[in-house]
Design a protein. Sequence first.
Length: 238
Amino acid sequence: MLAEWDKLAREAADRDEPYDAYLLRLTELEVAARSANAVAARIRAAGFPVLKDFDTFDFTAAPNLPKQKVLELARGDWLEQHSNCCLIGGSGTGKTHVATAVGLALCRLGKRVKFVTAAGLVTQLEAAQQQHCLDRLLTTLERFDPLIVDELGYLSFSRAGAELLFQVFADRYERRSLLITSNLPFGEWGQVFQGERMTAALLDRLTHKCHIFEMNGESYRFRESMKTKKDKDAKKAK
Ligand code: ADP
Ligand code: MG
């Protein structure tokens, strides 16, 4: 309001606008600026590795991915139902891109999103346990909805690490949502969680209400690098 009041006042005077119209315009501007600031703060707090949105995602390059269903995730109804979402597929198939785009959309809707990698989360949990502040970290994590956990399956954890991750996932059951990306099909999650029983218990909770997207197909990274290589070769041939 401080930044805009005199400019708007001059405009209002020029247009012979009444005072209430001027005041309305000024407060509208303040409200818009505040909500834009709040969105920016939520996006910062979410901790996305890179800001990738749907406008740069080419759905035709991921023909197995149901576009409408993915865009529905961005509208956030699944959070109200405390459902989860899993994006499963090989490296370079766009899992992190889609998870980030969904997260960004939810930030814009006012949701408190947190983006972590599975390995990063386990490191944080183990450090907190060592420093006797695990409860505090768990309370902080609980406030986020959804918690996006990227790259489950690239690294396997110690038994203690797997148990901590299990605790975070199990705590959220039917109360908060998780969005998980993994290169491993569910049948191979035993490698991450060590032990059939813990894996079965986890998958049971996670998939009870879950939107599952299989993102298999060719790696987008690989395809792009092949395209660049082909273009270069073609140039050379000329
Ligand atoms: P993953 O997490 O599955 O390994 P990423 O989401 O990191 O894959 O995708 C790898 C790279 O390719 C990123 O730069 C991403 O933006 C891009 N990418 C992947 N799929 C698509 C797509 N369908 N349209 C546009 N870019 C894509
Ligand atoms: Mg990724």
